[in-house]
Design a protein around this ligand. Sequence first.
Ligand code: PEP
Length: 255
Amino acid sequence: MESGMVRPLIAGNWKMNGLSSACETIAEVAKGLEQYSDAADCLICPPATLLSKVTETAKGSRLKTGAQDCHSAASGAHTGDVSAEMIADLGASYVIIGHSERRADHGETSEIVAAKTEAAFRAGLTPIICIGETLEEREAGRTIEVVSEQLAGSIPASAFGKAFVVAYEPVWAIGTGKVASTGQVGEVHDKVREILGERFPGQADQTPILYGGSMKPDNAAELLAVENVDGGLIGGASLKAEDFLAIYAACVSAK
Ligand code: PEP
């Protein structure tokens, strides 16, 4: 965990999971947070269908809400899409951008990710920009090259002076139960911090860098103790209040 000025963040990505009954989980997380220190931020990004209800349920608590994607335009002829302004209008404050599932399933390039990041800034949302290598890229020894390229292409110059979050998520560790080793995580997070420092002087030590990829209550403490890991982006384990709160607890005690 970074000991500087970074405020840690534990973020849940529900992906395409949850019907209206899932708001019970939100209420449980919101209430459960009261028993822990507020030294870290806590966020859940439900599917777009639930964002309004989830944001309403979390109101008045320390739990923040966000979306899993946004369009780069503010409005217009984009059937099925949701703009950053629409997300902000609901009272949500974050948006995940460039998740590897969107890069793979929807052909999102780093250029598209950068345009969506601009949209998030325009609407006053905090973007969580995702990067990460595939197994093939790691095995070819290209991890640092790939994440460096994704970082350079996905974060627009306008990010200077603005709040944003980077999530390092090795694609091979997402939803697979395979977790990156602390050495692998540390190497990439150190590099991300270094690149941010070169590109955005004075800002790198305020930008949370999250690890994502099969983080669970039983491995969270170890991962969150790695230097330059400022929190987690959690998929599967964010669907159960008890597990998600246990990861939050691990985060505040690793600080
Ligand atoms: C994710 O969806 O970003 C993620 C890290 O998923 P999981 O925790 O299930 O691997």
